[in-house]
Design a protein around this ligand. Structure first.
Ligand code: SAM
Length: 240
């Protein structure tokens, strides 16, 4: 099956009917990603069908619990080459999206890719920096309806990165693998300190893939106190 067909049918299995334009943009994104990946290390995956499943469809699987009307403010923490955030922006063009990564060349890639894909640059913010630093910045702290993240850190560490960005009543959704249940159990103390509560641990059936995938949905039930996030590097060195 071609990468394009896999993308179309896989998205259908996830309940999404991608338009021809959306399919074309995603395939162009793949071309740009593969081209840049020859020069800078963006992803270990180079095979087009694997990119479709493990990057595009896996990013889209977030929509199983992320109920977007379209104009929400969303931050993708440790987005790397744009997963899952940039994929969601292609499907919901009105989303107000912030893409955050601590590696400058990745942020440069994202800016260039979004430009080449003709996405609305007025509604995408490209942030180079550490989540711990930006989570203390008033322009970003408790400003987001959703924080999302995939493959960045263990859940207790990741929650200290993510929850400070989320408004009360908003959500932080983490995409996780087979260890998800254990990560939730191990992160209870951290979540309580940060003002979060797990409201859903949803298994995801990723099309064309047998890996165990989960979405952990954490609701922001209380404002995060000013001591969090701690200094850059501390959440990882001394997890809550
Ligand atoms: N989310 C992408 C994905 O799933 O393909 C990238 C995952 S990659 C394994 C982790 C990314 O998180 C890297 O690009 C890294 O630079 C970024 N990162 C790690 N710690 C961070 C922090 N404290 N603040 C901002 N970005 C961070």
């Amino acid at each position: 099956m071609s990468a394009k067909n896999k993308l179309k049918t896989g998205a259908q299995e996830l309940g999404l009917d991608l338009s021809k334009e959306q399919l074309d943009i995603l395939l162009e994104y793949m071309d740009i990603l593969r081209e840049w990946n020859q020069k800078i290390n963006l992803t270990a995956i180079d095979d087009p069908e694997e990119i479709v499943v493990k990057h595009f469809l896996d990013s889209l699987s977030l929509l199983q619990t992320l109920d977007l009307s379209g104009e929400e403010r969303v931050i993708d923490i440790g987005t790397g080459a744009g997963f899952p955030g940039l994929v969601l922006k292609i499907i919901y063009p009105n989303l107000r999206l912030t893409l955050l990564d601590s590696v400058k060349k990745k942020v440069n890639f994202l800016r260039q890719a979004a430009y080449q894909l003709d996405l609305d640059l007025d509604t995408i913010e490209f942030l180079h920096g550490r989540a711990e630093d930006l989570g203390r910045n008033r322009q970003h702290r408790e400003q987001y309806d959703y924080a999302i993240a995939r493959a960045v850190a263990y859940l207790n560490i990741l929650s200290e990165y993510a929850l400070p960005f989320v408004k009360e009543g908003g959500q932080f959704i983490a995409q996780k693998g087979e260890n998800a249940k254990k990560e939730v159990v191990d992160s209870q103390v951290a979540l309580e300190k940060l003002g979060g509560e797990t409201i859903n641990l949803a298994p995801v059936d990723l099309p064309y893939n047998d890996d165990d995938r989960y979405l952990i949905v954490i609701e922001k039930i209380m404002a995060t106190t000013s001591q969090y996030p701690r200094r850059a590097g501390t959440p990882k060195k001394k997890p809550l």
